[in-house]
Write a protein that binds this ligand. Structure first.
Ligand code: XMP
Length: 430
């Protein structure tokens, strides 16, 4: 292994990630593991230099105070305990220790080296994946989002043609998105990529469905069915690659923290189609995933792209989706994104997109009354998507976008700029 590791054992603290980041900031790789890790599991991590037992508010689970596996005290790893963690180790603190104390623990007590960087992380993960997978094959649903793209690039480096990527185009992708996935992964990186254009299938299922929850259910359910059908056509696949990242694990609940929301990647496959998971990014935070993508040579547009919901344009083509409105939405969104990039706003604004409501408004084209769609522009800034503020777009900029959209998308008669922060509004409209 290229890099040393400090293991943080999760004994119900809400600060595990703060400590992990603090240690990584000091140049030492750290991973968070469940409190009941066994000595064998610790040894299998190969390069553990020390352990931090991190207790906290959630240490009592169902009335029982959780504890570490006592056998780990005899493994010879230096240990430090924080905040109501078990007392059986030499160093014990009631609160987060200051930087000097952490440094002394890392570099003097554990004799760890400050060798955490993306290059070393990738080399270690490549070795771990090769060891896990051997000469078997890994299947991966490649949506083109940041996480699935980075995991694809990493697995490609580790196992090349043993990786089989499936890209399902549900017909709700943004303009040129599927084409870019094919260009980067099949043409540039020479990946084994199966492209499934399921546009008709999705749009037929969605025809006439106006309820937002129902639309989301149809898109999610159909996605799993299409992926399952592709998986069944392939033979001899034992592993499923997933772009799970650390925040997904926290949100799905750990042994000490309750589930915030269930993690929805490809969780719904039937019993007889179960694979062993390969999740090389599971310990990374979002900014680290992006840095990993850059180190692997992925294009910046792919690594730094704005968040895009799983149901795609489906939740921005409001009400019952029609192909005509969907086309107008896709074109107007492409224009907006192009203008954002030209003005350098793409690096400044967190999320920006267009939405198309399901009604027409009157307008004038070629000196005649004509009914057209209305396009809504949304541009927001946020840190965690729980609250969001409006980007104060310049009027000249907005007028330019309005002119382009009404000029180039003939079915549109009006463009509005939406000014409601979250709360009261949400970022998406459905
Ligand atoms: P809201 O609309 O809840 O959105 O303020 C917060 C953030 O989450 C994104 N979003 C989704 N992402 N699947 C996703 O992967 C979804 O179903 C979904 N719905 C909303 C939204 O784009 C925003 O960034």
């Amino acid at each position: 292994m290229k890099q040393d590791m400090i293991v943080i054992l999760d004994l119900g603290s809400t600060e595990n990630t703060v400590i992990a980041r603090q240690i990584r900031d000091l140049g030492v790789y750290s991973e968070i593991h469940p409190h009941d890790i066994t000595p064998d599991e610790l040894k299998a991590l190969n390069n553990v230099k020390g352990i931090i037992l991190n207790g906290g508010v959630n240490r009592v689970v169902d009335g029982v105070e959780i504890d570490v596996n006592p056998a780990i005290y005899d493994c010879g790893y230096p240990m430090m305990a924080i905040d109501h963690a078990p007392a059986k180790c030499a160093e014990k603190y009631d609160t987060l220790p200051d930087e000097a104390t952490v440094k002394t623990f890392l570099f003097d007590t554990c004799k760890a080296e400050a060798n955490w960087n993306m290059k070393n992380f990738i080399e270690d993960q490549v070795e771990i994946v090769r060891r896990q997978v051997g000469d078997k094959k890994v299947l991966l649903a490649l949506s083109g989002g940041v996480d699935s793209s980075v995991v694809a690039a990493l697995l490609l480096k580790a196992i090349g043609k043993q990786l089989v990527c499936v890209h399902v185009n549900h017909g709700l992708m943004r303009k040129n998105e599927s084409e870019n996935v094919i260009e980067v992964f099949r043409n540039q990186l020479n990946a084994n990529l199966i492209y499934v254009d399921a546009t008709d299938r999705f749009l037929d299922k969605l025809a006439g469905v106006a309820d937002p929850e129902q639309k989301r259910k149809i898109i999610g359910g159909e996605f799993i069915r299409v992926f399952e059908e592709e998986a069944r056509k392939l033979e001899g696949i034992d592993f499923l690659g997933q772009g799970t990242i650390y925040p997904d694990i926290i949100e799905s609940g750990t042994k000490t923290a309750k589930c915030v929301k269930s993690h929805h990647n490809v969780g719904g496959l039937p019993e007889d189609l179960q694979f062993e998971l390969v999740e090389p990014l599971a310990q990374l935070f979002k900014d680290e995933v992006r840095a990993c993508g850059v180190e692997l040579g992925l294009p910046a547009e792919m690594v730094y792209r704005q968040p895009f919901p799983g149901p795609g344009l489906g939740v921005r083509c409001l009400g019952a989706i029609t192909r005509e409105r969907l086309a107008a939405l896709r074109e107007s969104d492409a224009i907006l994104r192009e203008e954002f990039a030209k003005a350098g706003l793409d690096k400044k604004v967190w999320q920006y997109f267009t939405v198309i409501p399901d009604f027409k408004a009157v307008g004038v084209r070629d000196n005649a009354r004509s009914m057209g769609y209305m396009v809504v522009i949304r541009a927001v800034n946020t840190i965690d998507a729980m609250t969001a503020s409006i980007e104060r777009l310049d009027y000249d900029f907005l007028e330019k976008v309005v002119a382009r959209i009404t000029d180039e998308v003939k079915s549109v008669s009006r463009v509005c700029y939406e000014l409601t922060p979250k709360p009261v509004a949400t970022i998406e409209f459905e």
